[in-house]
Write a new protein. Sequence first.
Length: 532
Amino acid sequence: MKKWTVVAILAIAQFVMVLDSTVMNVSISQVVKDLGTTVSGLQAAITFYTLTMAALMLTGGKLGDKWGRLNAFKIGAVVYGIGSLITALSPNLGVLMFGWSLIEGLGAILIIPAIASLVAYNYDGKPRVTAFAIIGGVSGAAAAAGPLIGGFVTTYFSWRYVFAAETLIVIGLLLVANKIKDPGRPKEKITIDLSSVLLSASGMFLFVFGLLQSKTWGWIRPLAKPTINGQEIAPFGISIVAYLIVIGLFVLWLFYVRQDGLEKKGKQALLKVSMLSIKVLRAGLAVLASQYLITAAIFFAIPIYLQMVLGLDALQTGIKIFPLSVALILASVVGSRLANNYPPKKIIRVGQLALVIGSLLLFVGIEPTLTGGIFGAGMFVVGAGLGLLASQLGNVNMSSVSDNEANEAGGLQGTAQNLGSSLGTALIGSLLIFFLTSSFVTAVNQNPDLPSSVKQAVAQASQKGIEIIPASQVEQIGLDKGLTQDQAEELTQTYTESQVGSLQQAMFFVVIFAVLSFILSRNIPDKIVAKK
């Protein structure tokens, strides 16, 4: 039992890392109310939390090389604990984003790469396979348990208690951290190229921020236009979103070119791009990113509908997601056991197939109350797919590199996870609001029973995207605008139908993502041989 102490400590840290965003997702309506913000504001906070980690994870891995993995783990835990405490006490969205999206994110960029590399350093052979399966299973369990834990605490106490508890858990981890062996000594000669950090962070920020703002500014044709000194910005009549995405990708290309040049000159690159030539690692990271994109998309879109449309509280939302949670945990355990007898590629492909089938069932099963058996079956099958992937990908990625490259691989793995999550939240959230705005405006304009004043008000409000609000508030807004009771009820019905339609359209894109992920797994190996 003693030999599993290290993985137990690291698994607890991994649990906390994953728990955060799932708790926030299931508590959306209450956090929005407590902080006096909007769904769009909280979407930005969730996106920037994972984006902070994605943009700086490689830097965190490099700092782990410089300071030593265990030292990086400890420093990250201190920073993360401070961020959790600030989040627990936050009076408004700005402080929440500072404590959660930024400070906690900065702590996580040190902890996550360290977890992966410390597992690789402390275990070998079959125990390593088991250890990574445990970490993957715990990640799945955290994603599964998060909605229930967050739902219970938010409903009966406050979402703030979750973050306060995280601070206490981090203190406990610091007290036992010295039980972890860290053969990798600090490398004082390691330098971090500031230009590389800026290129990586700014490229990812511009790209993801563009996706996030597409709901307001439009993709190609401008909707609402950002202004600078009163001047609207839409060069050549094209939405600024298109420019942000293209410029972001160009900056990331410059980052890649710089890393390649530094490596060829024998200098220290932030990213050892030669590692990306390892087909197994490249495939594993791509599948991991797609897995987290799909996870974030579902865990953002479904809870929003359950809370903002159906009016469920956080605990009821967690219970509604329970089929996914159960399946995820069961499949993680089953996948870990299957790893000793079946090729990882086969297990991963089965997991991907389950994601396709499950997301397709969710798409078909979307209806006003989300109580149908098809929807429940879809949640269960999606959970099974996510669990199978979680049980395999960590070992696939970390076993494809040598022990000396473990920290860099851990940084790449963390980058893939969080970039996938930030893309999933930004993209699906923006698509939800985009589809809601389009369908609601069209339905209102085509309704002969609604007066022109309401149609004009809706058209004006749509310039910045129709905000996701509880359907019950729409009736009161209609009455305040001078509508009769019948007209207000009809407006509410139109809004509710638009919300159902927008959720179904968004879930169609999840199906597409799941199908495309099959292409990414073709280089997953049939047999894992750990490098030394």
